[in-house]
Design a protein around this ligand. Structure first.
Ligand SMILES: *[C@@H]1O[C@H](CO)[C@@H](O)[C@H](O)[C@H]1NC(C)=O
Ligand SMILES: *[C@@H]1O[C@H](CO)[C@@H](O)[C@H](O)[C@H]1NC(C)=O
Ligand SMILES: *[C@@H]1O[C@H](CO)[C@@H](O)[C@H](O)[C@H]1NC(C)=O
Length: 318
């Protein structure tokens, strides 16, 4: 009887143990730390390091700038904050700028006080109507969600049904801009528009501020946030490794901005140099602000050097 028990049940026991091990290895997560953005603990829970202060849209009587929030894809929680400059005549038209915020693809918001105050200033100084895109963040929403969401917002705007855009946006004069990961997204939107020949009649140019691109070396953040990518030289992450793609961008001008102490400075210069050598036919510029770090202009928006950078961007959009 005892012998029979062993024979019958040992394989069953073995099977049960194997199943248990499989289940536990499925649910246990390797802790990961992506300071200063977020960490993932062994239970798979994501903890963000930064607390992002959000502010509501507003009407500023001093500058005449108005802003409002629009939900675009309610089921995905994709939205945008729109900024309208001071209107000095009926049905006045302004260039349309799509702005994509930075934050390593995983933090920040179009509604944060930092971006709200920066884009308020930009609206006022450049006299452009801005659609500041609030895309879904990784790692909850892995890349390419950010690209797809931003593309969806551009398509939504192009329908021209939103009242501010309908009356005040010049759809023949459209720009893209972003900082850090937002500059990466802006570049990828331009690639998609160029490949699909969509919006290309209206896209004038893009400004990439302190862009977060790869440089051909391992990058744990990108690899974690885009697990299905073609590695670190994926064209979305390291466009400089895809020169012919750069040569095909269908816009007439591009401005790359960087800062002397930006830890991503080499990426900005490589993008610029590669684009220059690619045979791309457009007006290309680079602006480097000496002695400052990554996105210094957002952290200290009133500094003299932030004003110098603002002036370059305003000039580019003029
Ligand atoms: C819209 O932009 C186009 C292209 O830059 C320009 O030729 C046109 O004058 C603009 N329209 C208005 C109403 O400002
Ligand atoms: C990525 O590209 C760099 C050059 O930019 C090259 O040195 C590196 O070997 C490439 N890595 C992979 C994994 O393809
Ligand atoms: C911002 O810049 C101004 C002028 O350059 C400087 O005086 C101030 O200390 C800076 N503030 C911060 C928080 O870095």
């Amino acid at each position: 009887m005892a012998l029979q028990f062993t024979h019958l049940h040992f394989p069953l026991l073995f099977l049960i143990i194997t199943i248990c091990l499989c289940i536990s290895s499925t649910f246990a997560v390797k802790p990961q730390n992506f300071y200063p953005f977020f960490k993932v603990d062994a239970d798979g829970i994501i903890h963000r390091y930064q607390h992002i202060k959000l502010v509501p849209p507003s009407n500023n009587p001093k500058t005449g700038v108005q802003s409002k929030d629009v939900t675009i894809l309610p089921q995905k929680d994709v939205s945008a904050r729109l900024y309208l400059p001071k209107i000095s005549r009926k049905n006045q038209k302004f260039p349309l700028l799509f702005y994509i915020h930075g934050g390593g693809f995983c933090t920040q918001s179009a509604f944060s006080s930092m971006y709200d105050s920066y884009l308020h200033k930009l609206t006022c100084e450049a006299n452009v109507i801005i659609v500041s895109i609030d895309y879904r963040l990784a790692p909850e929403h892995l890349i390419p969600a950010c690209y797809d969401d931003s593309w969806a917002v551009m398509n939504w705007a192009a329908q021209g049904t939103e009242p501010w855009l309908k009356i005040h946006a010049n759809f023949s004069r459209v720009f893209l801009a972003g900082d850090s990961a937002g500059a990466n997204i802006a570049h990828n939107l331009m690639v998609r528009a160029s490949e699909e020949s969509h919006f290309v009649a209206s896209l004038v140019g893009m400004a990439l501020i302190d862009p977060y691109f790869g440089n051909g070396k391992p990058d744990s953040l990108w690899t974690y946030l885009c697990p299905k990518s073609n590695g670190i030289n994926d064209s979305r992450f390291n466009p400089a490794a895809h020169r012919s793609m750069l040569s095909e961008l269908k816009c007439s001008k591009i401005l790359v901005c960087t800062a002397g102490k930006d830890f991503l400075r080499d990426r900005a210069w490589t993008y610029y140099e590669t684009l220059k050598k690619s045979g791309w036919k457009g007006e290309l510029g680079i602006k480097e602000i000496e002695g400052e770090g990554h996105v210094f202009h957002l952290f200290n928006q009133t500094s003299e050097k932030a004003k110098v950078l603002m002036k370059s961007i305003v000039h580019f959009l003029a």
